[in-house]
Design a protein around this ligand. Structure first.
Ligand code: GLU
Length: 495
């Protein structure tokens, strides 16, 4: 089993050097959870801040967990978020392929190299796949560990099934440095001889990530803190090969509450769920950026950041070690800020489909309805419920006509509607100006406050107490005919 050393030299020669290179390395699960989105964002920001290269790598070695179409979800999400990658499966690059299942041969070769170097060994023990996957198996006394290389190779050549395990030194300690968590030292005897290559020839994540990060020239490995405990084993792998260890940037977890990490399985929203709930991508990104990173200096108080501003401001020193709690109220606050800041046209575009969920009648202008909503809505998904009355007058009780502040009761409201109906039938054109002018002039003639007239008109037009927009705007949108029909129905209710 002679190793072709030239292959390794050629692989080394391909590694780009001299620039910051980061990678986002998701497993295709079919959705993007918030913690992953934040990792993607920070990884992208570190690259962009340094004028470096951002790489997308798909980690699909766990073939049992593959989900159909899941890779597309990753592309779509990154594109939607503006986290563009310079290298990746779809755009190629100097160290392709960027999909782990297509790099299978590479891992096998490097595993054999590590065996030659004495930092890994063939293991023939029978055990279940799940143990191999997790690597959670104490193998320090594995009889295979003691086999000579010749003996082991003979058994491999005879076709005996095997895995390749990392040979962790029995003595001593390993220290690794993380940019956020500092130096961490562990006793080697607490580390297991983890599986590097599984029985089916596929690498474990724990092996593939080291090989790929090295061969792709990754300078900063950004990932969730759940990988911190494995980092000493990764360091031993880098050292075993004689490679430089990259800068580790482990991100503290995103939590649902003080005890629990956010998890899709426990019903916490993914990025896709948040989108469906009507949160804007920009608001989600802005909020997520601040979950675990804080601006400092001049911009310490700044809350709203565009992606470009983040790329300029982002620094490792601003990242936090403590877990961050995901607060949907805070996100809602950000979302409202972004909704208010949109141009009316952009808002109308974003709100349009939500309006049409409830208001099917194309005669009712979605952009006019949108104009009422922009200042009054925090999430787009609230819209259908808020505007359904335009499509259909809800059942409502005559009690709504009584309002202390507007000085209305059933008798007053009846008198107001009796006066408003003929006036609205007569006004020259159905514009906001004319409706407004007509109603205020009528209030003056009747010697009542504007509110005393507007209240019953709005209630009769909308059939509900709380509405986006006042009487004038609602009547304008409904059109003359429908407004009069509704006002007459209101009058009947009061008679
Ligand atoms: N595939 C791993 C995950 O999705 C990536 C970990 C890493 O970035 O190294 O959690």
């Amino acid at each position: 089993m002679d190793l072709d050393m030239k292959y390794f030299e050629e692989m080394e020669d391909k590694i780009p050097v001299g620039k910051v290179r980061t990678r986002f390395a998701p497993s295709p699960t079919g959705y993007m959870h918030v913690g992953n989105l934040r990792t993607a964002l920070y990884t992208w920001l570190i690259a962009r801040n340094a004028g470096g290269t951002f790489i997308l790598r798909i980690e699909d070695t766990d073939q049992g967990r593959l989900v159909e179409g899941a890779t597309n979800v990753i592309y779509k999400t990154l594109a939607e978020c503006g986290l563009d990658h310079d290298e990746g499966p779809d755009v190629g690059g100097p160290v392709a392929p960027y999909i782990q299942s297509e790099r299978r041969d590479t891992y096998g070769k490097y595993a054999r190299l590590l065996v030659e170097k004495g930092h890994a060994y063939y293991c023939f023990c029978e055990k279940t796949e799940s143990e191999e996957d997790s690597g959670g198996f104490d193998r320090t006394d594995d009889p295979c560990r003691a086999l000579s290389l010749e003996e082991a190779q003979a058994r491999v050549e005879a076709g005996e099934p095997y895995v390749i395990r990392q040979r962790i030194p029995k003595e001593g300690a390993t220290t690794f440095r993380d940019a956020i968590f500092g130096d961490i030292t562990v006793e080697n005897k607490t580390l297991d001889d983890q599986v590097l290559i599984k029985r089916d020839g596929m690498p474990t994540y724990n092996f593939a990530n080291v090989i790929d990060d090295h061969l792709m020239g990754i300078t900063h490995v950004v990932r969730g803190s759940e990988y911190l405990s494995s980092a000493p084993k990764y360091n031993l792998l880098y050292e075993g090969f004689g490679w430089t260890v990259p800068t580790y940037v482990h991100c503290s977890p995103v939590m649902r509450d003080a005890q629990n990490k956010m998890s899709k399985r426990h019903g916490d929203p993914s990025y896709e769920d948040l989108k469906e709930q009507g949160f804007l991508t920009e608001a989600i990104l802005n909020y997520v950026a601040l979950l675990g990173w804080s601006p400092r200096g001049d911009i310490a108080e700044q809350e709203v950041f565009s992606l470009e501003e983040l790329a300029k401001a982002f620094d490792l020193a601003g990242m936090s070690k403590s877990p961050a709690i995901f607060d949907i109220e805070k996100l809602t606050h950000f979302n409202a800020l972004y909704l208010r800041a949109m141009t009316p046209e952009d808002f109308a575009r974003a709100a349009g489909s939500y309006i049409r969920m409830a208001v099917k009648d194309e005669g009712l202008s979605a952009s006019e309805i949108a104009a009422l909503l922009q200042a009054r809505c925090e999430r787009l998904a609230e819209i259908p419920e808020k505007v359904a009355f335009f499509q259909e007058l809800p059942e409502y009780s005559a009690d709504l006509f009584t309002n202390k502040k507007s000085k209305t009761n059933p008798e007053v409201s009846k008198a107001m509607l009796e006066a408003a109906i003929p006036m609205l039938e007569e006004i020259p054109s159905w514009t906001q100006e004319d409706i407004h002018g007509g109603l205020t002039a009528l209030a003056e003639r009747l010697e009542v406050k504007n509110a005393t007239l507007m209240w019953p008109v709005r209630i009769a037009a909308a059939g509900q107490a709380v509405t986006p927009g006042g009487a004038v705007e609602i009547c304008k949108i409904l059109g003359r005919e429908e407004t009069l029909r509704r006002l007459k129905l209101g009058l009947e209710k009061l008679s």
